[in-house]
Design a protein around this ligand. Structure first.
Ligand SMILES: Nc1ncnc2c1ncn2[C@@H]1O[C@H](COP(=O)(O)OP(=O)(O)OP(=O)(O)O)[C@@H](O)[C@H]1O
Ligand SMILES: [Mg+2]
Length: 244
């Protein structure tokens, strides 16, 4: 059985596409395919009209598509700035002879990314002992440091408390205002609904819903396989007035 099958979705500049669906639905696999970590057997992935299926992940990143991961990824023994520098250095353009000689430009881009996520004052701290929120913010900073046009985020608020979730919400709105197009996977539905301009729900590798967040809570299929009646009713209050 294919983890992702028969799925077509388009993201336009300036949009926030939110992706939901049960565990094992194929959401992360979809990101792996788009970002080049897993090559699909069939289909097309068009970035600005260019088919990037089969392209190397770093090439896709240089074309302006960055991503973050469901589990915190980072270099534990290094500082926050060094972690983000990796994104600034390798993610920005092709390095024919990668020698890790960071230039002033790379450092400036890394510091700017740290500033954007509110982590500049922790630039020299070692990552290992940082709390989950900081590590999530760092991963976002590393992605931003590659100057993406489009940013894929896999569960950016998984494991965070409600106050922290709101902080990330504000940050992601800022990224939108900076002109970055966002695609995010999230199980925290109120977060998804507050941020997304459009929502897609996956189940068994296929799309079972695509449309406005407002329609989601009333879609019988989505309520049956994913939300359940209780969650669906609770989410109604996050709908923007007039959406109904
Ligand atoms: N490397 C792999 N090899 C084989 N099967 C895999 C691999 N990675 C994931 N799968 C399977 O593919 C399906 C989709 O997994 P995926 O991680 O994409 O789900 P998901 O929607 O991201 O779930 P979650 O919400 O739990 O993160 C699952 O059945 C999973 O067990
Ligand atoms: Mg996943």
């Amino acid at each position: 059985m294919a983890a992702v099958n028969n799925l077509t979705v388009e993201v336009r500049p300036g949009e926030v596409l939110g992706i939901g669906g049960p565990n094992g639905a194929g959401k992360t696999t979809l990101f792996d395919v788009i970002s080049g970590l897993t090559v699909a057997d069939a289909g097309e992935i068009l970035l600005d009209g260019q088919n990037i299926l089969g392209a190397r992940p770093e090439h896709i990143c240089h074309l302006g598509l960055a991503r973050t991961f469901q589990l915190n990824a980072g270099f534990d023994s290094m500082t926050a700035r060094q972690n983000v520098l990796i994104g600034a250095y390798f993610g920005f353009r092709n390095r024919i002879f990668p020698g890790l000689r960071f230039g002033r430009e790379d450092v400036a881009r890394a510091d700017e990314a740290l500033e954007i996520v509110g982590m500049r004052h922790k630039a020299n701290e070692i990552v290992k002992d940082m709390p989950v929120l900081d590590r999530k913010l760092l991963m976002i900073a590393g992605a931003i440091a590659s100057s993406p046009k489009i940013l894929l985020m896999d569960e950016p608020v998984g494991g965070l408390n409600p106050h922290e979730i709101d902080e990330v919400l504000v940050l992601l709105r800022k990224l939108c205002d900076m002109g970055i197009t966002i695609v995010l996977i999230e199980h925290v539905m109120r977060f998804l609904m507050q941020l997304a301009t459009r929502v897609m729900i996956m189940h068994h590798g296929e799309m079972i819903y695509e449309g406005l967040p407002a329609g989601l809570v009333r879609d019988k299929n989505v309520v049956d396989v994913y939300l359940g009646e209780g969650t669906s009713a609770r989410l109604e209050k996050f709908l923007v007035k007039g959406d109904a």
